[in-house]
Write a protein that binds this ligand. Sequence first.
Ligand code: NAD
Ligand code: ZN
Length: 250
Amino acid sequence: MRAVPAAIDDVLHRTIDSGGHVCVLTGAGMSAESGIPTFRGTHDSLWSRFDPMRLATAGAWREDPALVWGWYRWRMHRVREAQPNAGHRALAQLARRVPLWLVTQNVDDLHERGGSTVDAHVHGSLFALRCFACGRAHEGPLDEYVDDAQRVEPMRCVACGDRIRPGVVWFGEALPDDAWNAATDAAIRCTLMLVVGTSGLVYPAAGLPALARRHGATLVEINPEPTALSAEVDHVLRATAARALPQLLG
Ligand code: NAD
Ligand code: ZN
């Protein structure tokens, strides 16, 4: 028996049959079943006493760059060890059936490794390293990962000598223009938006479903838990990404 409610099945098939466009907005829950911890939820031992909201800021970097780099080095290591899950792979397959824009808040590369083209990494990418001061991209190799190292002195910029930071958008920073423009364009033009594994608390990304809705899109939330967005969507699928997305393909 199919676990996808008939109404969701219908809206997807109507979108496909009528030449509509899908926009998929993903958050940290998308990668949870690949073993990448979300920000809001359970945490792993080494970093359990740190609040990500206090590590992912420019202020935290200025105060203690080695602590912040140690945390990002650990996150990069986790991502490198992880594999895309069935949900990532299902989205790559869906894109072969219907025009699809993929907008992610995730800073990992699991969508790409799962076979998708990401149209917008609205919060940047872990591995797009750049200088904190001059912004120059870091092209050299990544420093060696040391297990259980909480503080790691960041690498240095070859141009100006300042520290190399991860290519993510920290709390309080502006989103990259190109990614944000692509994301809003997709939200405005899509006929169906799938909102997968996001708590809907981090703005402006959390405003994309409302933007899509104002422009006529039907919204479907895929998340095992209710979220700040649940009341705004047309349909909810209370299941995990790796279970629900393959089922959507039928
Ligand atoms: P969040 O941590 O605020 O919320 C995670 C959401 O995922 C919750 O609503 C939770 O119910 C849901 N969830 C948990 N397991 C799930 C599963 N298996 N399938 C589907 N949903 C599941 O995440 P957010 O809304 O993306 O916002 C947090 C910020 O943290 C983002 O800016 C993002 O860049 C960053 N972040 C990224 C990663 C990553 O790149 N993998 C990981 C952690 C945090
Ligand atoms: Zn520099």
